[in-house]
Ligand binder design. Sequence first.
Ligand code: ADP
Ligand code: MG
Length: 324
Amino acid sequence: VPLSEFDLIDRYFTSSTGPRDDVVLGIGDDCAVLRVPDQRELAVTIDTLVAGVHFAADAEPEWIGHKALAVGLSDLAAMGAEPAWATLALTLPQAEPAWLGAFSRGFSELALAHRVQLVGGDTTRGPLAVSVQVHGLLRAGAAMRRGGGAPGDLVYVTGTLGDAGLALLAEQGLYVRDGCLGGLREQLHRPSPRVAEGLLLASVASACIDVSDGLAADLGHLLRASACGATLYLERVPCSEAVRDYVAETGDWSVPLAAGDDYELCFTVPEEKQAVLENLALDFSVPVTWIGLLEPQKGLRCCQADGRQLAAVPSGYDHFAGGD
Ligand code: ADP
Ligand code: MG
């Protein structure tokens, strides 16, 4: 007997994530009803992953479930918000129990780890696509924005950049190596949103953005919003050994600067708060690295180890560029 839409919701989503006492009504009614505490603001964001664009149609469903939530959590992290609730719009070509079970496992493991409760959604039939909206809580007025940076502020990034991009090149057979690139695939398929780091950064960062389209593009957004420019010191950009080898062999900076899917945080800190930041960062799950400086002159300049500027700064992914 094929699963009905309602069986499917019941079986795979209704109790898949833990209860929060601020959920007045969860899955099952026409709307979810959620309690926002006094003195808090709600941060809301939605992301869609489309088969064939963001992941291969035959990709591991567990990874799809994980990543569909991770990308939204990364946006909340960039604002310094504490994740609370999620809704899920799922478009499926067919209701396949094995696929749904694995998808829901990937989603709910990450949800539980961040105390996120799935409170509603929509299920339709069609080409595979997943939209997840996440809701987070902020102390009123405390959101980190893209536009708070000022000349003189230091530019930092969490973790390493380019691992997901290199893993993708390897999967596509465009970069072949004897060494093992296995560890990088985890970064591509199961990114860890820097939620705890974002919460702590909210007290020191002047501006913040998450790196989803590549450092050059996302730092570019921060610079435009902050009405300034920056110099980036390329030798300081934190990269895994595999990515450093790749850049050394090919001279191609686009993997760490523009491949995207990093889900790290790029943020700015006024110089006088540098010591406070570096102290805070001792508690982070990943290192933070100082990579550049905000300047009055607009635009992004990439300074190489020999002091010369990179002639062309690689740009990020744009769904509508190229015109098809
Ligand atoms: P309505 O038609 O009133 O919008 P639905 O019949 O689509 O409601 O959904 C029934 C309930 O199941 C609602 O509470 C809805 O939020 C929830 N729901 C539907 N699809 C999903 C899903 N993929 N994940 C989580 N909750 C879902
Ligand atoms: Mg209804």
